[in-house]
Design a protein around this ligand. Structure first.
Ligand SMILES: [Zn+2]
Length: 219
C-alpha cells in the first residue's frame, strides 16, 4: 500500500522518491483536456492517439512541451518506463475523466463514486511548501512514488484545477455532430461552440447543405 502520510522535510536528493512541481495556475488549455482529447472521432470511428506505450510516450513528450507548468517531467529526473501497465492506468484515468467532463457539460450531479479514480491518484502525492530563490515560498506537489506517479499525478492535478478553479459553464464539448472534443471556452463572450475552425466550417457547410436540400424539396 502506498504511504500517503506527508513527509515533513523530505530531502531533495535524487534518492528521495519525491519530486517537486509548481502548483501554478493554468489557462483554459490544460493537460487533463489534452488527455481526454486523445480520443477522437474520424468519420464516425473512434480513434485513439494512445494506442501503444510508445504512442503514450510521444503524447506525453508533446504534452509536456505544451503545458510545461502542469507537467512533472520538465527536465527533472528520469522518464518513467513506458509499459503496458502505465498505458492501462492512463486510459482508465482518461475514461473516468471523460465521464466527469461529460457530467459537467451535461450539468449532471457529480457523485462521490465518480471522483474515486482521480482521488486514488491524487493520494500518490501531497502538497507542500518550498522556499524560492527570491526568499518567498511556493506551493509544490511531492510524489510518494516517482515511478507510479510521474505521469498520472500531473494529469489528476490538472483535473483538480479544472474542476475547482475554473468556471464549469465554460467547459464544452464541440457542437459538431461527429466530434467528441472537449474544450474550455476562454472567449470574452463565452459563446464558443466548436473545438476548431475546421469543425465550425464543417458544421456550417452541413447546415447550408441542409437548407439548400430543404429549399429544393419545397420547390
Ligand atoms: Zn470539433
Amino acid at each position: 500500500m502506498t504511504n500517503v502520510a506527508p513527509r515533513a522535510g523530505a530531502p531533495h536528493s535524487p534518492s528521495s522518491a519525491t519530486r517537486a512541481v509548481a502548483l501554478s495556475r493554468s489557462s483554459g488549455e490544460s493537460l487533463v483536456l489534452d488527455l481526454i482529447n486523445t480520443e477522437t472521432l474520424d468519420r464516425g470511428r473512434r480513434r485513439d492517439a494512445l494506442s501503444s506505450p510508445d504512442a503514450l510516450a510521444r503524447w506525453w513528450g508533446e504534452a509536456c512541451q505544451r503545458y510545461p507548468d502542469q507537467c512533472l517531467l520538465g527536465g527533472v529526473g528520469e522518464p518513467p518506463a513506458w509499459t503496458g501497465e502505465l498505458l492501462d492506468a492512463i486510459t482508465s484515468l482518461r475514461m473516468a475523466l471523460r465521464a466527469l467532463a461529460t457530467q459537467v457539460v451535461e450539468q449532471l450531479a457529480v457523485k462521490e463514486e465518480d471522483l474515486k479514480p482521480v482521488n486514488a491518484i491524487l493520494a500518490l502525492s501531497h502538497a507542500a511548501l518550498e522556499g524560492t530563490e527570491q526568499g518567498n515560498v511556493k506551493a509544490v506537489m511531492r510524489l510518494h512514488d516517482l515511478e507510479k506517479g510521474s505521469v498520472v499525478v500531473p494529469i489528476a492535478h490538472s483535473a483538480l484545477q479544472l474542476l475547482t478553479e475554473f468556471d464549469w459553464r465554460r467547459l464544452h464539448q464541440c457542437k459538431h455532430d461527429h466530434c467528441i472534443v472537449f474544450f474550455y471556452d476562454t472567449t470574452k463572450s463565452g459563446t464558443r461552440r466548436w473545438c476548431s475552425p475546421g469543425c465550425m466550417n464543417r458544421a456550417r457547410s452541413s447546415y447550408r447543405y441542409q437548407l439548400i436540400k430543404k429549399a429544393a424539396s419545397q420547390q
